[in-house]
Design a protein around this ligand. Structure first.
Ligand code: ZN
Length: 242
């Protein structure tokens, strides 16, 4: 019985370890989620700004094309002016020249403003791109070191599972069944009794049960929580410190 109890206890110890390692291995990658969220948010903002910049660039090009066209028309108007044969033609041609000159100068002033703000936006975007790149590098480094940690946790997990399975094989089938039922219902199935008190539910056991436990001839259950109980001092003698 002592062996069975020890095996049950071992099974429980390894089960706890397997559960802990499994949880840790699953939770670790989520630690980088805030960084991932920040990065996605910044990247999204940058994409929007870059799209706006593209629109402004397109506008700037079309404005430049209109200025080029205006210049052509100005040339034509100027040659009309030179070739004018009477004051009526001269008047019309000089008004056209005047209009085109004004249109060109208006457009150029507008273009200058837009080009300046474009240059400023571009340099701002470039510096923010560098910030985003820094975050991306940070995330990549974090993921690399996390992969090492997860790999190491998974290796420990595999080891713990092997030990757990070995411990399980040492427990008699009927006790494995009881153990599984209790573990599913109560979280853990085996509880020590210290000074007559079940450590699973903190109830004082009836004295006769406490005495039966001392004989180590049977495996007993706590009348309150149903866990498999053992007297701690008989199964886990205090380790002597050298
Ligand atoms: Zn109990």
């Amino acid at each position: 019985m002592r062996e069975q109890l020890l095996s049950l206890l071992q099974l429980q110890t390894f089960d706890v370890k397997v559960r802990e390692l499994d949880t840790a291995a699953k939770q670790l990658p989520a630690k980088l989620d805030p960084l991932r969220r920040d990065l996605a948010k910044l990247q999204g903002m940058l994409d929007i700004e870059r799209a706006k910049l593209g629109e402004t660039e397109t506008w700037r090009k079309s404005q430049q094309e209109m200025i080029d066209r205006d210049r052509e028309q100005l040339k034509a108007a100027q040659s009309k002016l030179q070739q004018s044969k009477n004051s009526k033609e001269f008047g019309a041609a000089s008004r056209e020249v005047e209009n085109k000159r004004k249109s060109i100068s208006d457009r150029e002033a507008e273009l200058k403003k837009v080009s300046e703000s474009l240059a400023q936006s571009k340099s701002q975007l470039d510096s923010r791109d560098a910030d985003v790149q820094k975050l991306r590098d940070e995330l990549a480094a974090g993921e690399a070191s996390m992969k090492d940690q997860v790999d190491s946790l998974n290796a420990q997990l595999a080891e713990a599972k092997t030990a757990r399975d070995a411990a399980r094989a040492n427990v008699e089938t009927k006790w494995v069944k009881t153990y599984d039922t209790l573990a599913a219902k109560r979280g853990y199935a085996v509880a020590p009794v210290i000074k007559g008190v079940c450590q699973g539910c903190h109830m004082a056991l009836p004295p006769q049960l406490n005495n039966i436990l001392a004989r180590m001839e049977s495996i007993e259950t706590c009348p309150r929580c149903g866990r498999l109980v053992y007297r701690k001092e008989f199964l886990e003698p205090p380790t002597e410190t050298p």
